[in-house]
Design a protein around this ligand. Structure first.
Ligand SMILES: NC(=O)C1=CN([C@@H]2O[C@H](COP(=O)(O)OP(=O)(O)OC[C@H]3O[C@@H](n4cnc5c(N)ncnc54)[C@H](OP(=O)(O)O)[C@@H]3O)[C@@H](O)[C@H]2O)[C@@H](O)CC1
Ligand SMILES: [K+]
Length: 560
């Protein structure tokens, strides 16, 4: 798994490493600057030759070779210190470097101050940020070292405006994080126009170079779409020590991390494969066919709505079947029976008129995973959800099963149990958790701001079950504190996944995995990750029906 840290966690690790005497702050800053320079040349190898800049045209049309030029924008903290290191290293490589400083050099923190002096001592010049004119500066690379993880207040509009203007120029590099974005929440922390309330956009970089660990903000909120490419460079902090410090020591006896709650993880394919391989039944019995049969692979029940509304449940059912549930039954009201019967082949169908019918069906203990919500209709949801929850089967509640309780969320919370998974999108989340949603959507006034991670964790605690808060930055939280982000950004971006019915398929994927015996957190994480993989595998032009059909190829590529 890949750990995502908060700014405070990163600062704590850095401080502990320095306090232990293993490393000095200056050494860390030097490694950080070095990492930025290396990342720039890896990203743009054409920049390696300092004399090989594009030949500017003279008025006579004659080309001249020129030196490469960098503009480094430094701020008042250690992020600015990194900027001074980068400036010095680029100059040593033969570049022309111009440095602008926002802040008073005499107030720089000690390590940044040392690097400011090293830069000046080496003949470097520092101009006040007020004189920086993005339109008049020319450079092969602009470096944004104004604010990093220490952003604690709203950024003045003038700074943000200049950064935004510089960022339209090719090769804008953010050191640690684009300035003005909150490292914890990924939110824009730029001051608003008092009259209109409009905020200036944060700068969008082409490359962001962060240190040792990505922060939550690199994967959630507006920041996740403002970083360009993110490169994480190693600055030599000890991983085991860091995890111990953050309350997540490795327990050699159980071979597990003792506490899952301290650190948010970025769900990735390594985590996914571990999940599958620990579930022997999935690998051995399902796919090699050694011991299993359809009854040992779980039996999912997907409840459908009435006539004309059955498509969503059918999508979910197809998802559950493709992901590996042995049997999938659609529970349909009698009025929709013909409609559904004419549309399905490998799925089974049972009439479920109302709560009583569902209770009767659930007397069959083999039905081990339920899905309610897609196309269910509010009235039917209010009728069926209490019955489903009484039977304490692993249960996914989505769409109408959530919105149906908008007037009485506490009634729903009172019925939920620990093998439930709620899969709200933003609107459904706001209906169930209005106060949490309000906090999340409030215009931030300081950093670190309340984040989607904070909101999902709080919601999971209140609901007492797993909450999967959908979006390109899907956050999944368990009441025990475990939390992960399924990020569809950067190389995993799949904007075409935002299509009608895609959420229904996701609910089906999770239900299918629950039927196979995945625990709720694992089912939610795995389902969400595979959902994005299916979208990426298909590409643009995707419609929801295509998603389940990509699973065999995605499994094959993963070696499952
Ligand atoms: N952690 C690590 O392992 C390593 C960290 N490293 C680097 O250090 C960076 C973190 O440094 P940092 O803590 O000094 O914070 P940083 O982002 O430079 O800003 C703080 C300054 O900005 C000010 N300020 C805040 N908001 C403001 C506003 N709106 N408008 C105006 N001013 C504002 C704030 O003022 P104050 O709030 O104190 O009054 C303070 O002066 C990190 O991102 C990484 O690049 C690497 O060197 C090596 C390893
Ligand atoms: K920055």
């Amino acid at each position: 798994m890949t750990e995502l840290l908060t700014a405070a966690q990163m600062q704590a690790i850095e401080k502990a490493a320095i306090d232990s005497g293993d490393v000095t702050g200056l050494e860390l800053m030097e490694r950080a600057g070095q990492g930025v320079v290396e990342a720039i040349f890896e990203e743009w190898p054409e920049l390696v030759d300092p004399a090989g800049g594009p030949a500017p045209q003279t008025p006579r049309g004659i080309s001249e070779q020129k030196k490469r030029r960098a503009v480094v924008l430094c701020g008042p903290g250690n992020n600015g210190g990194d900027g001074f290191v980068v400036a010095r290293l680029m100059k040593e490589r033969g570049w022309e470097v111009e440095v602008f400083l926002y802040g008073d050099p005499s107030k720089l923190p000690p390590d940044a101050r040392v690097n400011y002096e090293r830069w000046c001592g080496g003949g470097g010049n520092v101009v006040h940020f007020a004189s920086f004119n993005p339109w008049a500066s020319h450079a092969d690379v602009f470096m944004d070292a104004v604010f990093g993880t220490g952003l604690s207040r709203l950024v003045e509009k003038d700074i943000a405006k200049k950064l935004g203007e510089a960022a339209v120029i090719e090769r804008f590099v953010a050191i640690d994080i684009p300035s003005g974005l909150c490292a914890d929440s990924g939110k824009n922390l730029i001051d608003r126009d008092v009259e209109t309330g409009a905020s200036f956009a944060s700068p969008a970089s082409h490359l962001t170079v962060t240190f040792q660990y990505q922060k939550h903000g690199h994967r959630i909120g507006v920041c996740a779409t403002s970083c360009g490419v993110v490169r994480t460079v190693d600055i030599g902090l000890d991983h085991k020590q860091a995890m111990r410090l953050l309350g997540r020591p490795y327990d050699p006896v159980s071979r597990r991390r003792a506490d899952f709650s301290a650190i948010v993880s970025l769900f990735d394919n390594r985590t996914l494969l571990r999940g599958f391989s620990t579930l022997e039944s999935y690998l051995d019995k399902a796919w090699s066919g050694k011991n299993g049969n359809k009854f040992t692979h779980g039996h999912a029940l997907i409840l459908s709505g009435g006539p004309g509304k059955t498509g969503a449940a059918r999508l979910a059912a197809r998802g559950a079947l493709r992901i590996g549930a042995g049997l999938v039954t659609l529970g349909v009201p009698p009025s929709a029976q013909m409609e559904v019967a004419s549309q399905i082949t490998s799925l089974m169908l049972r009439r479920v008129e109302g709560g009583e019918g569902l209770a009767e069906l659930l007397s069959d203990e083999r039905l081990n995973a339920l899905c309610l919500g897609p196309g269910l209709g509010m009235d039917r949801a209010r009728d069926l959800v209490p019955v489903a929850l009484q039977h304490t089967r692993a249960t996914v509640l989505d769409a109408d099963a959530l919105s149906g309780f908008a007037d009485a969320p506490d009634e729903l919370f009172g019925m939920l149990h620990e093998t439930c998974v709620l899969t709200p999108h933003g609107g459904e989340f706001a209906r169930l958790f209005p106060d949490i949603s309000e906090k999340l959507n409030a215009v931030p006034t300081k950093g670190p701001a309340y984040s989607k991670v904070d909101a999902t964790r709080e919601a999971a605690k209140r609901a007492g079950c797993v909450v999967l808060f959908k979006g390109p930055d899907t956050v999944i939280a368990n009441p025990d504190g475990r939390c992960s982000v399924n990020s569809a950004h950067y190389e995993r971006a799949a904007p075409w996944l935002a299509t009608a019915g895609s959420g229904d398929v996701l609910a089906g994927f999770i239900t299918g995995l629950l039927a196979r015996g995945f625990d709720p957190m694992q089912a939610a994480e795995t389902g969400a990750w595979l959902h994005v993989e299916c979208a990426r595998h298909f590409g643009p032009g995707l419609i929801a029906e295509d998603l389940p059909e990509q699973l065999p190829a995605v499994f094959r590529e993963l070696g499952i």
